[in-house]
Design a protein around this ligand. Structure first.
Ligand SMILES: [Zn+2]
Ligand SMILES: [Zn+2]
Length: 148
């Protein structure tokens, strides 16, 4: 029964202190395949397309558990009800968010590191991290905007 399961994932879930279930592995696998943050609905839809039938609430619960154990990062976007998730193993990131279609593009290069150091020196704050999100319109949406 366990033969089809991804060994690397299993140990990653176990290391994070999560009991391994097939559903957790399927959601975690899917999250890791993504290059951009996704919603619960996105993962649900893609699993469904792969003949993996799971309730939306189950996907949600799994992502919550992954987040709690440090394997997923929850990204909150202004004026957007659905939360987005990303695999934490992909490292520190910033995001470009399209206000039209809600598409999110990850930016790997961090423009704030030097500023963080400088600010820490000036304010005596021990800075533990930061987040930065840029909002705008993607090429498709800005093309549509120009037309109307
Ligand atoms: Zn867009
Ligand atoms: Zn950064």
């Amino acid at each position: 029964m366990a033969s089809g399961l991804n060994k690397k994932n299993r140990s990653e879930l176990a290391k994070a202190g999560l009991r391994q279930t097939i559903q957790r592995e399927q959601v975690f696998d899917n999250l890791k395949e993504r290059s951009t943050p996704v919603t619960v609905g996105d993962i649900h839809k893609e699993l469904f397309g792969k003949q993996i039938h799971m309730d939306l609430s189950t996907v949600y619960r799994v992502l919550e558990a992954l987040e709690k154990h440090g394997l997923a990062r929850r990204i909150v976007i202004e004026n957007e009800n659905s939360a987005y998730y990303e695999y934490t193993g992909c490292g520190h990131r910033h995001y470009l968010v399209c206000l039209g279609c809600k598409k999110i593009v990850s930016i790997e290069k961090c423009p704030v590191k030097a500023y963080e150091k400088d600010l820490s020196k000036k304010t005596d704050f021990i800075i533990e991290g930061h987040s930065l999100m840029l909002y705008g319109y993607c090429p498709e949406c800005s093309r549509k905007l120009r037309k109307t």
